[in-house]
Design a binder for this molecule. Structure first.
Ligand code: IPE
Ligand code: IPE
Ligand code: MG
Length: 242
């Protein structure tokens, strides 16, 4: 496929509604959603996409009913236990972004282990945003830079966009080119606020558990047709590519 994104970032939304439509508990939707995660990872490996970032749990999702939060934590633990070896065999490098210190200890240990195990893989970079918020990310980056100024290793006058970028999650990766949100809502919900500055937005009505290879390819096709101007004029962009 021509004109592929290097980095795809997805808000996997609609699990609860998928379950509700079937008179199932919300948890059944989250469980079914794992299959879509597997499917999208396979597609990215096949298409040789460099980075896939998946929004699994937002800073705000902590406000959900405690039973749902607990069920999600258990599901994350189970998924890590059952999937990490296969990810590793497929040369996938797994990283988590977000305030992981809020997670149950068992989950934190599994995350650390998975990141260490896959650290030297050079296939797909799979990033899971969990307990993540774009505002949290910017605030922690500001804190990192402030600490450097305080320690005398960074001059106030040297703070710029590049320095802030380096202190954010995903610092050493290309910014997302394609943003996908399933489930019909058209909002960012505190996902990668800084990093999405120039991402192409793609909203799908499909609920996450129903999102499959065909749906993912439709998003890639839509992306391939877009002209990315980054503030320039269309003529300038055509000149550069012709
Ligand atoms: C997304 O699906 C998964 C998480 C936020 C963990 P939802 O649980 O938000 O599903 P809907 O939006 O209620 O259908
Ligand atoms: C965004 O979905 C977070 C994740 C998919 C992990 P939400 O369902 O939490 O978003 P809102 O609350 O509808 O904006
Ligand atoms: Mg939702």
């Amino acid at each position: 496929m021509a004109n592929l994104p290097r980095h795809v970032a997805i808000i996997m939304d609609g699990n609860g509604r998928w379950a509700k439509k079937r008179f199932l508990p919300r948890f059944a939707g989250h469980q079914k959603g794992i299959e879509s995660v597997r499917c999208v990872i396979r597609c990215c490996v096949k298409q040789k996409i460099e980075v896939l970032t998946l929004f699994a749990f937002s800073s705000e999702n902590w406000h959900r009913p405690i039973q749902e939060v607990n069920a999600l934590m258990k599901l994350f633990i189970k998924a890590l236990q059952s999937e990490v070896d296969e990810l590793n065999e497929n040369n996938i490098r797994l990283c988590f972004i977000g305030a992981r210190n809020g997670f149950p200890e068992q989950l934190q240990i599994l995350i650390d282990k998975a990141e260490k195990l896959t650290l030297n893989n050079n296939g797909l970079n799979l990033i899971i945003a969990a307990s993540y918020g774009g505002r949290w990310d910017i605030a922690q980056a500001a804190k990192t830079l402030a600490a450097q100024v305080q320690a005398g290793t960074l001059q106030l006058a040297d703070i710029n966009e590049a320095k802030l970028s380096q202190a954010l999650s995903l610092a050493n990766l290309p910014a997302p080119d394609l943003f996908i949100r399933t489930g019909g809502e058209q909002r960012i919900s505190n996902f990668l606020l800084w990093q999405l500055a120039y991402a192409e937005m793609y909203f799908s009505e499909t609920l996450w558990p129903d999102f499959n290879e065909k749906a993912f390819e439709s998003a890639l096709e839509s992306f391939a047709k877009r002209q990315r101007r980054f503030g320039r004029t269309g003529d300038q962009v055509e000149e550069k590519t012709s």
